[in-house]
Design a protein around this ligand. Sequence first.
Ligand code: PLP
Length: 439
Amino acid sequence: MTTADLRALDRSAVWHPFTQQQGWMAEDAPIIERGEGCTLWDTDGNAYLDGVSSLWCTVHGHRHPALDAAVRAQLDRVAHTTMLGLSHPPAIELAEKLLAVAPKGDRELTRVFYSDNGSTANEIALKMAFQWHKIRGDVERTKFVYLDMSYHGDTIGSVSVGGIDLFHTLFRPMLFDGLRTTPGDVEGLEAIFREHGGEIAALIMEPLVQGAAGILLHPSGYLRAVRELCDRYDVLMICDEVATGFGRTGTMFACEQEGVVPDLMSVAKGLTGGYLPLAATLATERIYAGFLGEFEQFRTFFHGHTYTGNPLACAAAIATLQVFEDEDTLRVLAGKTELLGELLEEQVAPLSSVMEVRRLGTMVGIELAEFPLESRMGHQVTLAARARGAIVRPLGDVIVLMPPLAITEDELRRLVAITAEAIAVATGAELPAAAQTAA
Ligand SMILES: *Cc1c(COP(=O)(O)O)cnc(C)c1O
């Protein structure tokens, strides 16, 4: 099929996620045909730097030989077999590897419950927390605390603990009630715990960085303080590492940076290196043990998905974790993130249309000055970047960069130069001298 044929068919048959289809029809978005490393090619042969890791999940780059080989090898054995009533080697091996790299500290994550996307990994954590208290006889603990501007996915349970009004308010009548707190406000949280402590099953949060909020960074020490408060009030702590996991913030998991081990931890996005849909909810032994009992006690966790722990996806995840070791990814990354910080400082921060540049590791949010809503300035920047050979994606008027950890220093230079130029062109700001030479 030609690009024109594909585009016509896309317009007549496909409904895209988080997309106003009416505007989509008027746009010629690239149709991506293949990728390699940090580059994607469309059906017309145009190359683009993958500046957002194909929505935050590509870790070691596209078509990594070790990941390709692992998936192919598993394909020669079996593509899918269920985890309900059976087990299989990739799911078992992955659980061991995942627990080995999980955050360590005053408690230990010892159990892996699989699912297939970040939203459900969080749903599972919420349901586990709820049922765990019920089994203990703590029947009053039914509420969840969540943060302003939080994002935990798009299914009803995850939306119930979502704090982004644009995505979540409309659905309020469908949702369960929660208690909302302001990130960074430890006293405010303690007040909630004092007043409602006995009604709260768990607190859920994205550790250190709220991604979908526009890469909002928490004040240092907040995560640790939340952990301590949760312990004091017997509230379970769920850390959503779906975006921050697998090296995004510079460490394997964000929790490590404040020495925190949650009671439940959800992972997805980077778990398979961006190859296949897979997610997991990790639990401590204390949580797990609560569910043990005789069959007729019905302490079973009645939850599971058809593709839970899919073998191909598990094989990709095992290979992803192996590459972290073989390529010493996190150590190599430290130099790159330092360079990324310098480049942003020189070329993007000085732009008059940029209000703030926020970054932790490879998670970057570039907040534009205020533009009229209908100008869709974030989107205009995306189009300008695309025309210059980079895929970036805005969250409103925050331009997000989230390159694969495998990005080279040269590619980073190109990505930041294109981004600076795209912002300058779209917003009419003057390009800083450093960016002019770079471009
Ligand atoms: C993307 C994301 C999710 C949802 O994951 P899906 O796989 O898209 O369902 C949940 N939490 C965070 C922090 C995310 O960034």
